[in-house]
Structures are given as structure tokens and as C-alpha cells.
Design a protein around this ligand. Sequence first.
Ligand code: CMP
Length: 143
Amino acid sequence: MERTFLMIKPDGVQRGLIGELVTRFEKKGLKLVAAKFMKVSEELAERHYGEHKGKPFYDRLVAFITSGPVFAMVWEGDNVIALTRAMIGKTDAVEAAPGTIRSDFAVHTNFNLIHGSDSPENAAREISIFFSEQELVEYEHTL
Ligand code: CMP
């Protein structure tokens, strides 16, 4: 069973979309393993977005993700990484397919509401920097 790290960014929190977005993943039938409402420190942002260091949008990205609270989550399911990325849609809202989160709610690449891990390696890395082992809840998900 695969796990992924999803994070509703400060724009999603400010716009009151936490419930709407969590509902989509719940209705899909995915299993919630952990969730945390928190502010991201500069240090955490740099660890999370390390692979983008040096890119033209990096400083803006770190400034944005540290600007207000986020809702960090771990979800589990078969092919959960590909599934949730498909539900989120392309990074650029203009290219996001209709029905995806970014098509339905976002207009800008920098304010694109939610982050989703793009590979099993990044999912494991991102989960481990945001959550301790104890915060990953074990329970039966009967669906
Ligand atoms: P996210 O999935 O959080 O991962 C990297 C983020 O960088 C991405 O979402 C966007 O919010 C942001 N970003 C800004 N400009 C670009 C760009 N040109 N290409 C990719 N990501 C970008």
C-alpha cells in the first residue's frame, strides 16, 4: 500500500478550502493516516523544497509557504501518488484538466492551493520531515 504527502498551502487555508479538499480525498476512498495544522518554518520549507533550490521561483515559493498556516496530511491507498496528482491537476492552473482541484479553484501557478508528492522517494522524504512515526496513525480502513 502506497502513501503520499499532501499539503494544503496558505492560499487554500485562507480561502477556507480545507474541508472541500479533504472531502474530495475522503470521497475518493483514500485512507487518512495523519494530519496537522501548522506553520512552516524557513528551515522546514528549505528541506521540503530543496530540489527547487536555484530555480527562479524558489525564493518566492519559500516566502509563500512560510507566509501562513498550512494543513499537512498523509494519505494511503493503491497508487495514491498518481491518483492524488491526477485529482490535483497540473501545476499551471491553465493546463489543469476540468474537474481537478487546480482547474476548479486555482488561477495561478504560485498560488495553486495544494502540494502532492510526485514519487515514492519524495513521498517518503516529505512524510518524514513533516511527521514523526508516532503521528502516523494505524487503524483499519474498511472500504
Ligand atoms: P508544488 O507542487 O508545491 O511544488 C513546487 C511549487 O513551485 C509548485 O507547486 C508551484 O506552486 C511553484 N512554482 C512556481 N513557479 C513554477 C514553475 N514555473 N514550475 C513549477 N513550479 C512552480
